[in-house]
Ligand binder design. Structure first.
Ligand SMILES: *[C@@H]1O[C@H](CO)[C@@H](O)[C@H](O)[C@H]1NC(C)=O
Ligand SMILES: *[C@@H]1O[C@H](CO)[C@@H](O)[C@H](O)[C@H]1NC(C)=O
Ligand SMILES: *[C@@H]1O[C@H](CO)[C@@H](O)[C@H](O)[C@H]1NC(C)=O
Ligand SMILES: *[C@@H]1O[C@H](CO)[C@@H](O)[C@H](O)[C@H]1NC(C)=O
Ligand SMILES: *[C@@H]1O[C@H](CO)[C@@H](O)[C@H](O)[C@H]1NC(C)=O
Ligand SMILES: *[C@@H]1O[C@H](CO)[C@@H](O)[C@H](O)[C@H]1NC(C)=O
Ligand SMILES: *[C@@H]1O[C@H](CO)[C@@H](O)[C@H](O)[C@H]1NC(C)=O
Ligand SMILES: [Cu+2]
Length: 580
């Protein structure tokens, strides 16, 4: 589908030509079979899947008219990695910066894109994008630092794929029948939402490959046999060139690299994406973690098989240096830590927590609370206990320590910013120790919007609170969003009140569903400090019962039903416990 494009001249800047790019997106169900194994219902746009890649130039205004024709469920769009500086209400997460778009409703996203790079967009209603509503979002930069260093640009996405729809998998995942919180394992890996992708290249050319991982869950190792990748951008930030044989790209991360082709067209080469099986509690029999594509020099020649590899040794993104050479921000003015853990609540489900809080959406979108709260807007209480609110003052230098008390890997994402990854520990380093003088921060840290924390490790992120708005911080494994690994950062809400106003059509979305647009997290607009009736999580397991007890109980019930054969089977599969 061709977007409607209207050129317009900024009258004050006659030298700059910017344009308006308009899309009409009608969200509909359709059918697809991207791995060739199973045809299923997917969420598409205008009856198509994969959904369109958004393609704009830096400086363009983007207008998306979104209509929800799903009939039974809500939707929304989030533009992953865009700062939405001055337009916080266009960020998209439901119950955070807008009400969810109900069946039959319409709304418009309208903002200027003033940052170059490789992004993606997806629904930010819990659990929805794995069912298909996800695509790259490219912001070209004809005057950028690497312009002229390559002949062509090309997008390649990676993703994972489930044969079952998310609501079905989710009800099994977060239930007493799954006390260890084992995440559903994808059925296959995809490249550009398909398998066997052919990328036609010419010899002796340089391509800028923009790679996006749009997975629900799986990180992938990626490599191209016989070729090197020269990394120049991560998550919208240009880097000094860095040569890599293999990259590791978590859900939601992006890498752009220059790929220089060989001088002859004597053979074709494989491109391999391989899902990181460490993420899976058990690897189902017959799972193929790989997706193969081809660098096609000559379509008449054979498409080769991938070679076996001994070990995955990807490039370490901590070693990247931003091209602008920005120094580590010094002297943080707001320091805090988030402790990651998983535990069972009283319904037996295995939830995810930051500092003992598992996220529950408020009754009023948090941004709307900030704008309606008058002089109590800086008080975190009004945003509700289980939105896990943290309020920053304008221009705070924020230092966020994340301690991973969980044996899993998590790709953490911050909306509204690219943070500096000041420090990242090795696996099992334990809690971050600020007084340990052997810990060295990066002097010119890589900035990105999604970073992997290692199992049992920690990391230190810094950013400046120079973008008033309400920004989520969450794990980008969709299962963990759904089980609550989300915190809400409310940045300079006092400044926000004087600078930003919610568009009427966004307010109408709430009103059309009788949802409040003012008030605290409990929708109380008379007394913002009274949170009576706020949405809260399932309560903890009563004292005397332990999570381990529940696990034991459930397994003994299963055993009683299914007999000894099952116990033997589980025992031999080596189930990784989420916690001890
Ligand atoms: C959206 O698509 C549905 C299904 O094809 C169609 O019935 C409906 O008229 C479309 N709505 C808009 C606003 O385009
Ligand atoms: C991958 O898909 C995108 C559209 O999403 C397309 O622009 C691109 O050319 C495809 N890549 C290759 C190598 O075909
Ligand atoms: C996945 O690809 C790697 C690299 O080619 C290979 O070593 C491994 O055996 C493959 N796994 C499967 C199940 O095909
Ligand atoms: C919060 O409360 C409202 C109103 O009672 C309810 O409709 C909504 O589903 C609740 N949301 C969550 C996430 O519990
Ligand atoms: C906040 O505003 C309320 C009502 O607008 C007023 O009564 C109160 O004194 C104000 N509090 C402060 C600390 O300014
Ligand atoms: C933190 O580091 C300091 C300095 O090396 C050390 O004395 C202290 O024991 C460490 N604390 C913990 C909890 O490991
Ligand atoms: C937002 O814009 C202001 C200038 O209007 C700038 O100072 C600030 O750095 C920007 N923040 C981000 C995250 O882009
Ligand atoms: Cu996670």
């Amino acid at each position: 589908m061709k977007p409607f494009v209207a050129a317009s001249l900024f009258s004050l800047l006659p030298a700059v030509l910017s344009k308006t790019v308009t899309y009409d997106f009608n969200v509909t169900y359709t059918e697809a079979n991207p791995d060739g194994q199973f045809s299923r219902r997917v969420i598409g746009i205008n009856g198509q899947w994969p959904i369109p890649t958004i393609d704009v130039d830096k400086g363009d205004r983007l207008i998306i008219h979104l209509h929800n024709s799903l009939g039974d469920v809500e939707t929304s769009l989030h533009f992953h990695g865009l700062y939405q500086n001055g337009t916080a209400y266009m960020d998209g997460p439901a119950a955070v910066t807008q009400c969810p778009l109900g069946p039959g409703q319409s709304m418009t996203y309208d903002f200027t894109v003033d940052q170059p790079g490789t992004y993606w967009y997806h629904s930010h209603v819990k659990g929805q994008y794995p069912d298909g509503i996800r695509a790259p979002f490219i912001v070209r930069d004809p005057k950028g630092p690497y312009a002229g260093k390559y002949d062509e640009e090309v997008v390649i996405s990676l993703s994972d794929w489930y044969h079952q729809e998310n609501p079905v998998l989710f009800s099994r995942f977060l239930s007493i029948a799954n006390p260890t919180g084992a995440e559903p394992v994808p059925d296959s890996a995809l490249m550009n939402e398909t398998q066997g992708l052919q990328f036609n290249v010419k010899p002796g050319k340089t391509y800028m490959v923009r790679m996006v991982n749009m997975a629900a869950f799986a990180a992938q190792y990626f490599w191209i046999e016989g070729h090197k990748m020269n990394i120049i951008e991560v998550d919208g930030i240009y880097t000094e060139p860095a040569e890599a044989d293999m990259i590791y790209i978590t859900a939601a991360q992006r890498y752009s690299f220059l790929l220089t082709t060989r001088d002859d067209a004597d053979a074709n080469f494989v491109m391999v994406g391989s899902m990181d099986e460490d993420l899976f509690d058990t690897v189902p029999d017959g799972l193929n973690p790989n997706v193969t594509g081809y660098l096609v020099y000559d379509a008449a020649k054979p498409m080769p098989e991938p070679a076996e590899i001994d070990a995955f040794e990807p490039f370490d993104d901590f070693a990247l240096v931003p091209l602008d050479g920005e120094d580590l921000f010094e002297n943080p003015t707001y320091t805090f830590s988030l402790e990651v853990m998983m535990d069972n609540l009283n319904d037996g489900g295995n939830y995810a927590f930051f500092n003992g809080i598992t996220y529950v959406a408020p009754k009023v979108p948090t941004l709307y609370t900030a704008l309606s709260a008058g002089n109590v807007t800086m008080n975190p209480t009004i945003y509700g206990r289980d939105t896990n609110p943290h309020v920053f003052k304008h221009h705070d230098v924020v230092e966020l320590v994340v301690n991973n008390n969980d044996p899993g890997k998590h790709p953490f994402h911050l909306h509204g910013h690219a943070f500096q990854l000041a420090y990242r520990s090795d696996e099992d380093a334990g809690l971050y120790n600020a007084s340990d003088s052997s810990i060295e921060f990066a002097k010119k840290p890589m900035r990105r919007d999604t970073a992997l924390i290692k199992p049992g490790g920690n990391m230190v992120l810094r950013f400046r609170a120079d973008n008033p708005g309400v920004w989520l911080f969450h794990c980008h494994i969709e299962w963990h969003i759904q089980s609550g690994l989300v915190a809400t950062f409310i940045e300079a809400p006092d400044v926000l009140q004087t600078a930003q106003k919610i568009p009427q059509d966004h307010l109408d979305v709430c009103m059309g569903q009788n949802l409040a647009t003012v008030g605290n997290a409990a929708a109380n607009d008379k007394n913002f400090l009274d949170l009576t009736g706020q949405n809260l999580s399932v309560p903890p397991i009563p004292a005397g019962f332990t999570a381990r007890g529940i696990v034991a109980l459930v397994f003994s019930i299963i055993a009683a039903f299914l007999g000894l054969a099952v116990i033997t089977l589980y025992g031999s599969q080596e189930i990784k416990q989420k916690r001890t």
